[in-house]
Ligand binder design. Structure first.
Ligand code: IMP
Ligand code: MG
Length: 181
């Protein structure tokens, strides 16, 4: 696997993003909502660097695609456990690809009437966007390759890698398999 972002590059990128978010919110209370499973590691590394009064919420989403290149149907588990009314909310996901996930989850969270809703992703995959909505914050732009590691999976594997790597075609024999968010 070809490493695209090393552990130390990711760490530096997240530290920089955390400083930016802490500056932007300037001590205002924030609720960070992570999209499981992909944002798990990004979330845990980012929140420990945020210098803000903080609450954390989690939502489970899954997307099953006929092919990796076409957007799949998104299933989002019950959001009733989140208490976002009147709060500043930052939605966190692992990667901005077609943007469908961000668009759909943003719409769902808006229905809880947060005071302000922004989004942050670790990776922004270039040339794949199918929606107008873009994340407010991102750490890294990457080319249009399928990546794994640091939370991102292929068939639920590789999430534990400390770096982000491109998965070659021969390491990904069945590109028709659905993949989990
Ligand atoms: P979108 O809805 O097309 O923006 O896709 C977002 C979701 O698809 C992400 O949260 C990931 O779970 C998954 N995804 C998109 N690209 C990749 C990739 O290169 N590797 C692993 N998962 C990906
Ligand atoms: Mg994800």
């Amino acid at each position: 696997m070809k490493v695209i972002l090393s552990e130390s590059e990711i760490s530096a990128g997240i530290a920089q993003l955390a400083r930016r978010i802490s500056d932007d919110y300037r001590g205002r209370p924030l609720t960070v909502v992570g999209v499981l499973t992909g944002s798990l590691i990004f979330l845990s590394d980012l929140i420990r660097r945020l210098d803000l009064p903080l609450k954390v919420g989690l939502i489970q989403a899954s997307s099953y695609r006929g092919r990796a290149t076409s957007p799949g149907k998104l299933a989002v588990a019950d959001l009733s456990g989140l208490d976002l009314a009147g709060r500043d909310v930052l939605l966190l996901d692992d990667i901005y690809d077609t943007g469908q996930t961000l668009k759909e989850i943003t719409a769902l969270l808006h229905s809880q009437k947060p005071a302000c809703l922004r989004s942050a992703v670790l990776l922004w995959k270039e040339g794949r966007q199918r929606v107008e909505l873009t994340p407010d914050y991102h750490c890294f732009r990457i080319p249009d390759v399928f990546v794994v590691g640091y939370g991102l999976d292929y068939n639920d594997e590789y999430r534990h890698l400390p770096h982000v790597a491109a998965l070659e075609d021969n390491e990904r024999p069945d590109c028709r398999a659905g993949f989990a968010v």
